[in-house]
Design a protein around this ligand. Structure first.
Ligand code: NAD
Length: 341
């Protein structure tokens, strides 16, 4: 029997990527929808043949406790609502998959983890890149010593923020997004550095760039930061709402270097490894046919439930990134190096 997923929030990511990919899984299936917009809910329900008794809005959501077809609740709303919806899903006795960033503060993240533990249910954060064949290959190449000992990592993520697009309107608001480009896409630099290097930064430095000056935008649009790792690696990172779709992670070692560009696109990724220890700088471009990261991520949540084990990217993973992002903001505000406890 497949694990039933309720999707909470029927926005662009849920309808464009998650719901279509659920049909590609062996162990998961869409069984319920939660949305405040009746028209949108009915349209998705009719496309995916979800019966009326499995449709909820944010007032009736808690009744999902009595829905036997729902095992997992997947939260895909604007960031500020993650904590409350995750807590309500646990109170309803369901397992939870929650989008990144996990929540606005480390305190919120800890409360979500505690709620899951109290309920005895699984909590996973939707870090799709950790299930992406290209990123997994990059991890393997670094672990195999193919670039030697890593010394520098450079990671940049950016996209523009046109405010006529609904999904950008909440991203522009500090009280709904919780942070700007850092929380939205800079998080991929942080998570990527952590899984590629397999270590945790102990300190950060940061600086805000000047923004566009648009009055509707109350989050930081562009920020640059450094993360310092115990091995000596320094990661130079930026995130921006003023650059167009850059998603690059580059790791340099004493033998060669590796570039994921794009590193975190939905369907297009590229991985290049250069061996500089050879005179002719041997360059290899890795090709992986039909690499899908959504299906293995959804399968992992289903498997964690079926096998009664912790998922690969649990709440602690989401908490760690939020903790680092809070340190980055403190560093940008103070101009000082901030230690991560
Ligand atoms: P979106 O604006 O397209 O979708 C958000 C949905 O939540 C909308 O349908 C909106 O109506 C709904 N919503 C529910 N309660 C709301 C409220 N009180 N106020 C406003 N809207 C409310 O945004 P999105 O791009 O789909 O992002 C949703 C979440 O998914 C965010 O946390 C984002 O960071 C995350 N996300 C993750 C990825 C990824 O690759 N992992 C990609 C995109 C978005």
């Amino acid at each position: 029997e497949r694990i039933g997923f309720a999707i909470v929030g029927l926005g662009s990511y849920a309808t464009g990527y998650i719901i279509p990919n659920l049909s590609g899984t062996k162990n998961a299936k869409l069984t319920a929808l939660v949305s405040g917009n009746e028209e949108k809910r009915n349209a998705v329900a009719s496309t995916y043949a979800i019966a009326d008794e499995h449709l909820y809005d944010y007032e009736t959501f808690d009744a999902i406790a009595e829905d036997p077809d729902v095992d997992v609740v997947y939260i895909i709303t604007p960031n500020v609502f993650h904590r409350n919806l995750v807590e309500r899903a646990f109170a309803a006795g369901k397992h939870v998959l929650c989008e990144k960033p996990m929540a606005i503060t480390a305190e919120d993240c800890q409360a979500m983890i505690d709620a899951g533990n109290r309920a005895g249910k699984k909590l996973m954060i939707g870090y799709r890149a950790q299930f992406d064949p290209y990123n997994l290959k990059a991890i393997e190449l670094i672990r195999d010593g193919r670039i030697g000992t890593p010394s520098t990592l450079v990671a940049d993520h950016g996209h523009l923020l046109p405010l006529d697009v609904p999904k950008n309107q909440w991203r522009a608001k500090q009280e709904v997004a919780g942070g700007g480009s850092l929380y939205d896409i800079g998080i991929y630099n942080i998570n990527g550095a952590r899984y590629l290097l397999n270590e945790e930064p102990y300190a950060v430095r940061a600086k805000y760039h000047e923004g566009s000056g648009r009055p509707e935008v109350t989050v930081e649009e562009e920020i640059e930061w450094q993360m310092f790792f115990p091995s000596g690696v320094i990661a130079n990172c930026s995130s921006s709402y003023l650059t167009t779709n850059n998603k690059r992670i580059h790791v340099q070692g004493d033998k060669g270097e590796l570039t994921l560009d794009p590193a975190t696109n939905y369907y297009i990724r590229s991985l290049k490894i250069t061996d500089r220890s050879q005179e002719n700088h041997h360059i290899e471009e890795i090709q992986i046919p039909n690499p899908n990261q959504f299906v293995p991520m959804l399968e992992e949540m289903a498997a964690a439930v079926l096998e009664d084990r912790e998922p690969k990217t649990p709440g602690a993973e989401g908490l760690q990134d939020v903790r680092i992002m809070e340190a980055i903001y403190r560093a940008a505000e103070s101009g000082e190096e901030v230690t991560i406890s």
